[in-house]
Design a protein around this ligand. Structure first.
Ligand SMILES: [Zn+2]
Length: 166
């Protein structure tokens, strides 16, 4: 890697080339060999190089860049494929959802496991404690809420609290 390549990366955001995943022209490859693509449904999608307002509802502004990126491919209610980059260390499970902080906005979003397209890949990267933590059931939530509201306690309440320390 020469100085010229380095400077080119710096000014162009990477070497231009066709995306190897989806074929979109004008994808970029940086010095580390990572592909960045402006196609919102591509696995290499990077909103930073996408044209503004390019027909996507994915928020493209923000400065949150996960140190440990976890890519989640997701089919939304409308049947559209979306890709989200989460910070791996901030993902937790809430019932049947994974909740996490997403690039680039740093917003917290919640994704149903049922619609995660690469679920096994995602779960293999998450700590087992996160994957198996299924959160309080509706009944348990009711009990928790009741005692919190009334400032009371019960053996069952204590048991549920011990199960879900948050
Ligand atoms: Zn692509």
């Amino acid at each position: 890697m020469g100085l010229l390549d380095f400077l080119l990366d710096l000014f162009t955001g990477g070497t231009r080339q066709q995306c190897p995943a989806c074929g979109t022209a004008d994808a970029r490859r940086n010095r580390a060999g990572q592909i960045r693509c402006k196609n919102p449904v591509c696995q290499y999608f990077d909103p930073r190089i996408a044209p503004r307002g390019a027909g996507t509802v994915i928020p493209t502004r923000g400065s949150f860049h996960p140190a440990h990126p976890l890519t989640i491919r997701y089919k939304n209610f409308a049947g559209q494929d979306r890709e989200f980059i989460f910070e791996l260390n901030l993902v937790f499970r809430q019932k049947n959802h994974f909740v996490g902080t997403v690039a680039p906005t740093g917003r917290r979003i919640s994704l149903s496991r049922d619609r995660i397209q690469n679920l096994s890949e995602v779960e293999s990267q998450l700590p087992a404690s996160v994957v198996s933590q299924s959160g309080p059931t509706p009944r348990e939530n009711q009990i928790l809420a009741y005692h919190k509201k009334h400032g009371t306690t019960s053996p069952l309440f204590e048991k549920i609290r011990a199960k879900y320390p948050d």
